[in-house]
Structures are given as C-alpha cells and as structure tokens.
Design a protein around this ligand. Structure first.
Ligand SMILES: [Ca+2]
Length: 266
C-alpha cells in the first residue's frame, strides 16, 4: 500500500505537467464574433489548429447587427465547420428574418456553394460543413423584430492523405492535430476524435483519487497513533505508579533513621 504512493505522486506530476504543457502551447483559440467583425483569422500565422467562435457573450444578440468573420487554413489544408448549437430568430413562412450565412473563401472573395444552406436560422444544427478551399466566411445579419441567442461553432484545419507524426487519423480519412483528440469538440466532422472522457476529465479523476487516497491514509495513521496513545494510558509501564509516572524506588523514610538510632545505642 505504501509503496504505491511514490507511483501515484509521479503519475500526478506527469499528468499535471502534460496538461500545463498543452495549455502553454495553445493550438486553439476562442473568439466572440461580434468583437472581431470584418476580421480574418489566419490559422498558420496564429499557430492554431482550431478556432472556436461564438456570436456574442450576451444571452441574446443585438438587433441591427451585421458582422462578418473569416478563417483561413494553412496551405494544402481545408476547413471543417461544425455548429455546436444555433438559435437564430426565424421569420414567418420559412423566411429567415435573422440569418447566418456560411460562404466559401475569405473576406476578399466569398461565394455560396451547393453543399451549404444559403442562410441558416432556427434551432436545427446543420451537418458538418467542409470547405473546398482554404477559407470559410461567416456572415451574420439581424433585424429589429426579435432576436435569439446566436450560435457557437468550431473551425478545424485538416488535410487528406497520409497523416504525419503528431496528427490524428479520422475515420473519414482526414488528418487533424493530434491534440484535438478527446477535447470534447467534433473536429473530424464524424465524431471519430471524440472520447468518453476528455484529457481534463482524466486529470481531474486522478487528482481527486489521489486526494481521497491521501486522506484515507492520513486518517488511518492518525487513528492508529491515537489508539497507540490510548493503549499506553491503559497499560502503564511495569513498575510505574498508578498515575502512569515512573518514580525511582526509595527506601521508607524511617528505615535509615532506625539504623542510625541502633548504632548510637551501641
Ligand atoms: Ca476533438
């Protein structure tokens, strides 16, 4: 039991340092779209493999909003766009009063393609969207009538062919950054990089288990120590007085005095 403690400690240190290293080398970044209107996020320039974007941090988006946000993948790469959730006000008769448009290309040259819905609204998530080139652009527009919460989406850079070291091979044949595996986001577009537990979940579980283990061991040590003290009190050392304190044996006070008296009489 005691010999497992160093191992647990080393495992905790390893997992924590791995987690800190992952955090130190950022490969993903979150953006609030309304703070980056008309901006282009170049993944290669920023050293990113994934971009998480949310329309607004508020509970509801602003009326009369018009905002464009673009992402560009590194050379020889394309983009997967996965909508996490969407809540955009629908008009009557299936007409989108507010809408999100997903367009091919970056800010300078955008266009609709057949594999994308022209305008997204309502609360139904579309299937994963794949760019045919390096760029994808989001354009959001709202009127003054009614608003929703907006949307949250994930852009992921990928390439096809042979995956290199440090890349994860998706079941759909795409290669993505290995670090995107088990990060709770569907980066492959087919969920094949998903896991039941994320890296953060595993680290948290190990830390909690270690704390519980140390508490149990510490409690057991304290319990035994307390029992040891009780035992000593119940079973005093042989030769000790009932008060538990040992006193050196001394002759009765009057014995020496009597001997002295006899010698004096002689
Ligand atoms: Ca993922």
């Amino acid at each position: 039991m005691w010999s497992s403690r160093p191992f647990m400690w080393e495992l905790c240190v390893f997992l924590l340092s791995s987690m800190l290293l992952r955090l130190a080398t950022a490969y993903s970044k979150s953006y609030v779209m309304e703070d980056y209107c008309d901006d282009l996020i170049d993944l290669e320039y920023n050293g990113l493999s994934m971009v998480h974007v949310r329309l607004t941090e508020l509970g509801i988006y602003r009326p009369h909003m018009s905002c464009t946000f673009a992402v560009r993948a590194p050379p020889m790469h394309r983009l997967t766009l996965v909508m996490e959730w969407i809540d955009i006000a629908e008009g009557r008769f299936g007409y989108c009063s507010d809408y999100l448009a997903v367009l091919e290309g970056d800010l300078n040259k955008t266009y609709y393609t057949d594999n994308m819905d022209a305008k997204l609204c309502g609360q139904k998530k579309p299937a994963a969207i794949t760019s045919s080139r390096r760029g994808l652009t989001l354009h959001f527009d709202s009127n003054q009538i009614e608003e929703g919460a907006g949307f949250s989406a994930v852009f992921t850079s990928f390439h096809e062919g042979s995956c290199q070291t440090g890349e994860f091979s998706c079941e759909n044949g795409r290669c993505i950054d290995q670090r995107l595996k088990c990060d709770k986001y569907d980066n492959c577009g087919d969920f094949s990089d998903d896991c039941l537990l994320t890296v953060g979940d595993v680290v948290a579980a190990v830390i909690i288990t270690s704390i519980v283990f140390l508490l149990i061991v510490g409690g057991a040590v304290l319990y035994c120590y307390r029992d040891k003290i009780k035992f000593r009190k119940k079973c005093p050392v042989i030769g000790a007085n009932p008060d538990g304190v040992y006193h050196p044996t001394t002759e009765p006070a009057g014995k020496d005095d009597g001997a002295t008296e006899q010698l004096t009489a002689v």
